[in-house]
Design a protein around this ligand. Structure first.
Ligand SMILES: [Zn+2]
Length: 692
């Protein structure tokens, strides 16, 4: 009996260990090529001999998006700026700024043959990540944190296609094709997976069109926030539809969108040292210079022009005969971009599995006038990243009676020739396998059925483009999709649903949790020890989940940060600037309400004395009123200059006759100039601190 039991037991043990083996994940050994986004490749400045140019600290100089030596630019423009402020005119400021900016972008210029002519050396990796140096791998994972893939499919199967973001489009596309052939050859595999990210998506359009045979080399494509139909920011630049060229917007809201409210206020006050006309002409000249001398010939940048804006952009920028060759090349890409959907479906029909991952509900950076025209991820409008999905604008929802449109859904009865003629999808474009799928997002913003790949597109609400690489869920999902073929579509795994929520957890994972690890808990009070333990548990629990909840990540991070600050494990956030920023904001708002979108000298004299507490004829009680209320006195609209849009300078102002202005305004100019210098310096320092 005992013997039988022993045999049974050992059998059970054997079987269970088999089961264990069977349940262990079998990872692909398919190599994976990552095609990063704009600015995610290192481009170093070199001299005529190809030697690296070093800065004062002996470091190589990075050229994306230019070589910005802020100190140098400031010293270049300091003298003309001072003269321009003193004379309230453009005393060489435009010229100095343009010259300085042109120099900063010099290495990223392209000639009329669309050939980059700067001395730039792009760091490439013509081998797997296993053969990169530790420092190179560190850089690559800083850009695209997919370390986990190295542990599953092996670093020897991971490749990173670096390219010059200001390069020639056709060369970059051909380079990608050659790179894939190289990966196949080095690994001995006949197929690769590929992850085109952001601008990498644009490159991929070109690859599909110029090298259609590459379909045979591909197993899976994982598009991540891809610029498949460009970005409206780029067409706004080429069309000169720039938000900051509108003075009313410049003085009020423009900087808020870029710098955040408190820093913006500093700048909003500082720019008033110049009259509006002067400031606007300086900005216009700088924009013209950048478009003409840096952007126009760069075919890499042209890949980011949305399809339906191409003709207008060409007309604006490439209509001159001298641009014929550039236009010939951008036409080639434009054609590839126009064929994008068709090519994606063709690749699918050839057996390539295609997925798309994107964020939505973040307004475009307010650089261009299109910024609030449609849903976006901050950098690219979602029509482009989602391959055509219909969405409500940011902050809005689809109409109440909106019904899922299912343009790519399997029809209930077979589609005949006539129906197809009338626009019904043919079988090759049926991408949603079941008409009963719900493809409307829970927040009713997205109709995913209208994107080209309804069953294979993952959406992250409130996920900015710029921090998609800080979203651990997106990185994990990408790894999952290439490590095994387990996930077939958005319905395979409820832990990776079609609709998720964005989050950024880089600080939590890379700074706070490691800092918590280093805390000597025996030295803490019991209460602090418990709080730290709880906060760490919360963080780890959240990171183990792949379904995000709105607001959870910031709350979890803040809890851990607070206790770590309390026990001295991390430095407290915030700076001296924070305490003065409410004051600056108040000044800026008051200036805007009282003086409108104007330089100081454009603001009528009596208003200046009003703002400063006035030695004019105003009655004292009114001054007190202005000083105390955040909303300036009710009567101000009546005296606010109404000519802001015409740019006319009211007569009798400092600009017209600086010499006759009284001591008050001279005092204001001096103090404002000092303040402007201080605020520019402070903002720069703050920005630098943040970058560190
Ligand atoms: Zn479906």
């Amino acid at each position: 009996m005992k013997k039988i039991l022993a045999v049974v037991l050992s059998l059970v043990l054997m079987l269970s260990s088999f089961a264990l083996l069977a349940s262990a994940v079998q990872y692909n050994d398919i190599p994976c090529v990552i095609v990063p986004g704009i600015g995610q490749s290192r481009a170093w400045l070199v001299d005529e001999n190809g030697e690296y140019v070093l800065n004062d600290s002996g470091e190589k100089i990075h050229c994306f998006p230019g070589n910005f030596d802020v100190q140098k630019i400031l010293s270049d423009v300091a003298a003309p700026l001072a003269t321009s402020v003193a004379t309230q005119s453009d005393a060489g400021l435009s010229e100095a700024l343009c010259a300085s900016l042109e120099k900063a972008f010099e290495m990223n210029k392209t000639d009329d043959n669309a050939v980059p002519c700067g001395l730039v050396n792009v760091e490439t990796y013509p081998h797997s990540l296993a053969e990169c140096t530790d420092e190179q791998r560190q850089y690559i994972f800083d850009c695209i944190p997919m370390q986990r893939m190295g542990e599953t499919i092996g670093f020897e199967n991971m490749y990173y296609y670096a390219y010059n973001s200001f390069g020639n489009a056709i060369d970059m596309i051909n380079g990608l094709y050659d790179f894939i052939q190289m990966v196949k050859q080095q690994t001995g595999k006949d197929k690769v997976n590929i992850i085109p990210i952001s601008m990498g998506g644009a490159l991929f359009n070109g690859l599909m069109d110029l090298h259609p045979e590459v379909a045979n080399d591909l197993h899976r494509i994982i598009f991540v926030v891809p610029a498949l139909n460009g970005s409206l920011i780029v067409s706004d630049i080429f069309e000169r539809e720039l938000a900051f060229l509108d003075a009313d917007y410049l003085y009020s809201d423009f900087f808020d969108g870029i710098l955040g409210e408190s820093n913006a206020s500093l700048i909003e006050v500082a720019i008033r040292v110049l009259p509006k006309d002067v400031l606007m002409s300086v900005l216009n000249n700088a924009v013209d210079m950048l478009i003409e001398k840096v952007f126009a010939n760069c075919t890499g940048l042209w890949m980011l022009v949305p399809n339906n804006h191409y003709s207008k952009c060409v007309k604006n920028v490439l209509s001159d005969k001298s641009k014929a060759e550039v236009k010939r090349q951008t036409d080639i890409y434009h054609n590839a971009q126009s064929n994008s959907n068709k090519n994606i479906l063709k690749f699918k029909s050839q057996g390539v599995e295609i997925f798309d991952v994107l964020g939505y509900d973040v307004p475009l950076y307010n650089v261009g006038n299109s910024w609030n025209s449609e849903n976006a991820d901050g950098v690219i409008h979602t029509f482009s990243t989602s391959i055509g999905a219909k969405m409500a604008n940011v902050g809005e929802t689809l109409p109440k009676d909106y019904k899922q449109q299912n343009p790519y859904c399997k029809p209930v009865k077979p589609v005949g020739f006539f129906e197809r003629l009338m626009g019904a999808p043919s079988n090759t474009v049926v991408q949603c396998s079941d008409p009963s799928h719900n493809h409307i997002s829970p927040d009713r913003v997205v109709d995913a059925s209208t994107g080209l790949l309804p069953d294979h597109t993952f959406y992250f609400d409130n996920q900015p483009h710029a921090t998609a690489n800080q979203n651990d869920i997106i990185m994990k999902l990408c790894c999952e999709l290439v490590e095994t073929d387990r996930i077939k579509d958005v319905f395979t795994d409820e832990n990776y649903p079609q609709f998720n929520v964005g989050r950024a957890t880089k600080d939590l994972r890379e700074k706070l949790l490691p800092a918590a690890e280093g805390v000597d808990t025996s030295a803490l009070s019991e209460a602090d020890r418990n709080e730290l333990e709880q906060a760490v548990n919360d963080a780890n629990a959240m990171l183990s989940r792949t379904i995000a909840v709105e607001g959870e990540a910031p709350a979890v991070e803040q809890r851990l940060r607070s206790i770590l600050e309390k026990v001295g494990a991390v430095e407290a956030q915030g700076s001296a600037l924070d305490s003065i920023s409410p004051m600056v904001k108040l000044i800026s708002n008051t200036l805007l309400e009282v003086g409108g979108a104007n330089g100081f000298s454009d603001i009528p004299q009596e208003l200046i004395s009003k703002i400063t507490g006035g030695n004019g004829e105003e009655n004292p009680s009114e001054n007190t009123d202005n000083g105390n209320s955040a909303q300036p006195a009710n009567n101000t609209p009546a005296v606010t200059p109404t000519n802001t849009s015409t740019g006319t300078i009211p007569s009798g102002t400092a600009a017209n006759n600086p010499k006759t202005t009284g001591d008050v305004s001279t005092g204001i100019y001096v103090s404002v100039a000092a303040f402007a210098a201080f605020s520019a310096l402070a903002t720069y320092k703050l920005k630098k601190k943040k970058e560190e």
